[in-house]
Design a protein around this ligand. Sequence first.
Ligand code: SF4
Ligand code: SF4
Length: 103
Amino acid sequence: MLFDEVNRCMYCGFCESVCPTISLGPHRGYGPRGRVNLIKEILKNNTITEEVLSSIYSCLLCNACNLVCPAKIDIGRAVREVRAIINNYNKQSIKKKIIIRER
Ligand code: SF4
Ligand code: SF4
């Protein structure tokens, strides 16, 4: 289950050293550790901000982070799965009560 997988993150940060996007974003939300923990928040609270979308959709799905993650989280797949969930939310945004906040 996706939540159980991302919940294994131990915040070690090893994945950040290999991510090509982390240095391009304004903060660590644009790296794998940030994305993994945003996915956890999305699944727990159903709250999606513009910044969360920016973080999730700026992932290149290169899977470099997967290779160094000691918790064996398949981060690229987790990002793909949460994108599918977000797309579904967008279609049913009223029913699912998704909050999309502008910064
Ligand atoms: S899959 Fe995404 S989070 Fe992982 S290293 Fe590549 S760009 Fe970064
Ligand atoms: S390497 Fe894995 S366990 Fe460590 S911070 Fe990144 S996602 Fe979490």
